[in-house]
Design a protein around this ligand. Structure first.
Ligand code: BJW
Length: 233
């Protein structure tokens, strides 16, 4: 029985209507990364950061945004694979969960959650979040909740579990990630020598050389094909 680790990035959700980060129409467009995706940016201008995530949270819940065949294929792989399986997603959308993925870690957090700055406790959050949002446990307290996302300079979630899985992977698949952001980009380098490393992307990336196989194309096409091959043995 072999172990599979799948690492997904923004590219897997592009065909569902969610823009990726880098590139001409990227999510950072119109914003400096330091302003909207760092703890310092949040401290300087919380309203701007709240609004950046409010817009994305609203868009994620529009009817047009649905899991695509790549999300569905990854979920099918998890449910039909006989060895261990772990999906590590850098995405904060919930499209993998909606497609049926369960053995997964959202290492950069979740858009549909808010985190208490004092206790670290998480709350499901579908509406707008801002400095005047009442705290669910202390309704007279405001300004103590932040988006549950991992910004630059912060530690991604559940790294020990993720790195342990990468170190014992027999198959490692990266889907739709530019390989520019660490520690996610470094996971492929942790895999054992015998591991089969497969990259699915529309183009070569900064970490392509670390992979044994490259499936170039839209993930809605390459991923279902790859999953079919893996399940056929
Ligand atoms: C398609 C497609 C289609 C398009 N089909 N493909 C060395 C080691 C460790 C850390 C560092 C290091 N050097 C620097 C650092 C620090 C920093 C970092 O990486 N900086 C770089 C910019 C250099 N990292 C951090 O600060 C991290 N924390 C940290 O390191 O803590 C210390 C630590 C050290 C060691 C171990 C453990 C911890 C935190 C990083 C947090 C990133 N947060 C963000 C924002 C999250 C919230 C939000 O969404 O707003 O996460 S930034 C942003 O980038 C987001 C993404 O998850 C992340 C990665 O982007 P992704 O997914 O790769 O998207 P794109 O847009 O870049 O690429 C899309 C790809 O899809 C492209 O390749 C397309 O070609 C492709 N594609 N359509 C298939 N249809």
């Amino acid at each position: 029985m072999s172990n599979i680790v799948v690492l997904s990035g923004a590219g897997i959700s592009v065909e569902s209507g969610i823009p990726s980060f880098r590139g001409p129409d990227g999510l950072w467009e119109g914003h400096r990364v330091e302003d909207v995706a760092t703890p310092d940016g949040f401290a300087r201008n919380p309203d701007l950061v709240y609004e950046f995530y409010n817009q994305r949270r609203r868009a994620l819940q529009e009817y047009r945004i649905q899991p695509n065949p790549a999300h569905i294929a990854v979920a099918a792989l998890e449910h039909r694979w006989v060895g261990d399986f772990l999906l590590v997603t850098q995405n904060i959308d919930d499209l993998h969960q909606r497609a049926g993925s369960r053995q997964m870690i959202a290492m950069h957090g979740e858009l549909l959650a808010a985190r208490c700055l004092d206790t670290g406790r998480l709350y499901r959050w579908r509406g707008d979040l801002n400095a005047s949002s009442p705290h669910p446990d202390f309704p007279d307290r405001t300004g103590r909740l932040r988006p549950h996302v991992v910004w630059f300079g912060e530690m991604p979630l559940q790294m020990a579990k993720i790195e342990a899985a990468a170190r014992r992977a027999d198959v490692f698949i990266a889907i739709g990630t530019s390989g520019l952001v660490y520690p996610a980009a470094g996971l492929v380098a942790l895999t054992p020598q015998h591991c089969r490393r497969i990259e699915c992307n529309t183009e070569q990336t900064g970490i392509s050389d670390a992979f044994d196989e490259h499936r170039i194309g839209l993930s809605s096409q390459t991923v279902p094909q790859l999953v079919e091959e893996l399940l056929a043995g």
